[in-house]
Design a protein around this ligand. Structure first.
Ligand SMILES: [Zn+2]
Ligand SMILES: [Zn+2]
Length: 139
């Protein structure tokens, strides 16, 4: 990933820049991500919150995640593009891979919540897979 990297929503009202390397990049196949994205999975990365500068208005919709903690899902209230998430881990934020200006830079290293992956979802067999989250994590 080239640092810093930038991205934004479809209408251009929301823009962001991140000055740190993503901590993890992966595909989440949980039902919440399927509903929120409207498709098979969410391709996203976790980055340090303090490395991201956001301009424009972002609306968050909060849901109770699998861990029992609140997960915020951020989108542009004008065009509806999904951009960010607020995981229940202090100091981190999620960025949706499709919002990147250079989405080909995204390199998923893991598939999570494959227990709810759809039969029409073609996963990369080379990536490590977890039924839910990896045991060391608490998303
Ligand atoms: Zn927008
Ligand atoms: Zn998910």
């Amino acid at each position: 990933m080239k640092i810093p990297f930038t991205g934004g929503c479809m209408c251009g009202n929301v823009r962001y820049e991140c000055t740190a390397e993503p901590i993890v990049m992966g595909n989440c196949h949980c039902r919440d991500c399927q509903r929120a994205t409207g498709t098979a999975f969410a391709a996203a990365m976790l980055v340090p919150l303090n490395a991201v500068t956001v301009t424009g208005d972002v609306k968050y919709f909060d849901v109770i995640g699998d861990s029992g903690s609140i997960v915020g899902r951020g989108f542009c209230p004008n065009c509806g593009s999904r951009l960010f998430s607020k995981p229940p881990m202090p100091g981190l934020m999620g960025i949706m891979a499709g919002s990147l200006d250079e989405p080909s830079e995204f390199q998923p290293g893991i598939d999570v919540y494959t227990a709810s992956a759809q039969p029409w979802d073609c996963m990369n067999p080379d990536l490590p897979k977890f039924d839910k989250m990896p045991p060391s994590s608490n998303v």
